[in-house]
Design a protein around this ligand. Structure first.
Ligand code: ZN
Length: 355
């Protein structure tokens, strides 16, 4: 019997308790590190952003980490932050952990607003640029074909996925033409303190977490979240991806960090208990993998077939697309170890069975 979400959370510690930054305000969580929380119009209803006190090219100011989506509400919240939280100083650079819309959506706006540079990994820069072009925006026909090949056959769902071809550019209408590259191991001095980039895979193409070595702080982005498990999906662009292996291998890279590290996640509250949380995430996926293997040993299963195994609750379409990607990721983990093999049926659906 696995532990409940509440029992798992009890293994973590939230040093700020239930305190949240007020809308349009920030809250100091470590010296020179301030927490901003903005609303999102999704089931995941907020994102955490960070302000780091900085000095760049002889100028005093702030580095922003992550941006929120390109919505007017988010721009208005930023303007309130600029007015009250920057001590009259400018934003000097914009760091983005990865290319998902809630993180990079307003990067171009922020960079133009402050005439400053975007810092991001090369892969996520390129993918965000591609996704923001309306002609190559993700989703639409290719996504519908991918979901159909993994057993999502409901015509209404497929039609709605087909019609959702401008979802990414609607949240990320533009990305700067130029950027400063972040990569694994890169040391970035911020405000006279050392920060080190840690790459992570399986959630986004090349996610960058930032370890503030002097402060004992980890800006974990979406790679380590306290309450929800990171979405680990296979997408239509890379239909044979082994995202779960990439994700689980990436988690190992946070284990050398000190036990007392304060984790600043993109969703949820700052916490300590990084090593406990990593173990929880490994346990979570190990349990899900066992369930998927059990299902596939009873009968050949498509991604859609294992959805109710992994997600026993009702899902709306948006959640279903995430869940399908996650289901395929778990099937592919076993497929790559050689324990499952796949076969395509007459309808073009991939089904996995014990090898
Ligand atoms: Zn993300």
């Amino acid at each position: 019997m696995s532990l409940s979400r509440e029992q798992l959370e009890a293994q973590l510690h939230y040093p700020l308790g239930d305190t949240l930054p007020a809308s349009g305000r920030s809250l100091e969580v470590a010296p020179g590190v301030r927490w901003i929380r903005m609303g999102l119009p999704f089931a995941l209803d907020h994102i955490n952003l960070w302000l780091l006190r900085d000095e760049l090219d002889g100028r005093q100011g702030w580095t922003v980490v992550d941006c929120c989506i390109a919505h007017d509400e988010a721009r208005a919240q930023w303007e309130a932050i600029f007015a009250s939280e920057l001590q009259g100083l400018p934003v000097l650079r914009v760091i983005v952990t990865h290319m998902h819309p809630d993180h990079i959506g307003l990067a171009d706006w922020l960079c133009q607003r402050w005439n400053c540079r975007l810092w991001v990994s090369a892969t996520d820069f390129a993918m965000a640029r591609l996704g923001s072009q309306s002609t190559t925006g993700f989703g639409g026909e290719a996504a519908a074909d991918f979901f159909a090949a993994n057993g999502l056959t409901d015509p209404e769902s497929l039609a709605r996925i087909r019609g959702r071809d401008s979802y990414y550019p609607s949240l990320v209408p533009s990305v700067p033409n130029e950027y400063h590259r972040l990569y694994d191991g890169l040391r970035v001095p911020i405000g006279g303190r050392r920060w080190r980039c840690i790459s992570g895979y399986g959630h986004a193409p090349e996610h960058m977490a930032l370890h503030g070595e002097d402060l004992g702080v980890l800006i974990s982005g979406d790679m380590v979240l306290p309450r929800i498990s990171t979405n680990v999906s296979v997408y239509d662009q890379e239909p044979e991806a082994d995202s779960l292996t990439l994700f689980l291998d990436s988690l190992e890279k946070y284990l050398p960090l000190p036990a007392g590290t304060l984790v600043l996640p993109s969703h949820g509250k700052p916490f300590t208990g990084l090593h406990e949380r990593i173990q929880q995430l490994k346990d979570h996926h190990r349990d899900r993998l066992a369930e998927v293997m059990q299902a596939c040993s009873e009968k050949p299963c498509s991604g859609a077939d294992v959805l109710p195994v992994l997600f026993p609750r009702a899902l709306d379409l948006h959640q279903t697309t995430f869940a399908m990607g996650e289901a395929v990721a778990h099937l592919h983990w076993w497929w790559m170890t050689g324990d499952l093999r796949r076969e395509r049926d007459a309808q073009g659906v991939w089904r996995f069975s014990a090898a």
